[in-house]
Design a protein around this ligand. Structure first.
Ligand code: ATP
Length: 257
């Protein structure tokens, strides 16, 4: 993980970001800052704009308006530098069918100029934690969804990124691996990294996120820790109740964010 000279600088900073697809405004003026050492959960109903936001953070899409910074680097003007600091795990794991899991992980390590010693250290640790030894040397075309997800998650850690951006991190994983992923997130933030995850699994968000953002129809309608979201709700609501209230009814809690 790169040592950041400005430790209080946000890991991710979106300023008035807008993204349109034709006449559809998928992301409508979002401003959001995520700190190093923070696990941030980004929630929202289907079609709310989560994936579009993630694609702008990771540089796969360009914002029509506003600014996206990753570790202080402008994702549009300085994308190569920003992308070295980030790892992205999409909700549909992509692997090359004719490579083994190990070959894929070595390929990713080489792309990021990871030394063989570092690669082998991280790979050994993750092979053990994700129970990958039995299949890592088979071609990935034979893998189940969960096996693919494990290898793709491992590839996100191999270059020790500052910012982990993960779409639905736990879907398809067995309970032991879910526990390992949660532990890895906590260890990553303890080392100064940040995790930005999208999920529909509210229990996961409630259990491990330091802060939660809820997007609805392209706009951020709530932002804060669970305690702050409950405060805004003026009573003890579960995250599920808060989420449904903010995304299904006309009136939110107070002024939302
Ligand atoms: P889900 O939870 O269903 O994955 P999401 O919150 O990730 O949804 P997005 O995929 O960001 O939502 O979509 C936001 C809006 O933008 C939706 O109205 C969607 O139809 C639209 N949209 C997304 N991608 C495109 C595209 N390539 N072309 C046109 N419209 C798009």
């Amino acid at each position: 993980m790169t040592k950041d000279p400005q430790l209080d600088r946000p890991a991710i900073e979106l300023t008035s970001v807008i993204k349109r697809y034709g006449s559809t405004t998928a992301v409508d003026g979002i401003s959001l800052s995520v700190s190093p050492k923070e696990i941030f959960a980004f929630l929202g109903p289907n079609g709310a704009g989560k994936t579009t936001t993630i694609k702008m953070i990771t540089g796969l899409l360009r914002a029509d308006e506003g600014q996206v910074l990753v570790c202080g680097q402008n994702m549009h003007n300085n994308g190569m530098v920003a992308k070295r600091r980030i790892a992205y795990v999409p909700d549909q794991p992509f692997l090359y069918d004719k490579l083994t899991g190990r070959e894929f992980l070595c390929f990713v390590a080489r792309m990021y100029d990871v030394s063989e010693a570092t690669r082998d250290r991280i790979l050994d640790d993750l092979t053990h934690r994700f129970d990958m030894r039995a299949f890592l040397d088979q071609m990935t075309e034979s893998y189940s969804h969960g096996m693919k997800q494990k290898v793709v998650l491992a590839s996100a850690f191999i270059h020790e990124p500052d910012v982990l951006v993960i779409d639905e991190p736990m879907v398809g994983l067995d309970p032991k691996t879910v526990r390992e992923v949660k532990d890895l997130f906590v260890e990553h933030t303890a080392r100064g990294g940040c995790v930005f995850m999208c999920t529909h699994t509210l229990e996961v968000a409630e259990a491990i996120a330091d802060r939660i953002g809820i997007i609805n129809k392209g706009q951020l309608v709530a932002l804060g820790s669970m305690a702050e979201l409950r405060d805004k709700a003026h009573q003890e609501h579960s995250l599920e109740e808060i989420f449904l209230h903010l995304t299904q009814e006309k009136d939110g809690f107070g002024d939302g964010c």
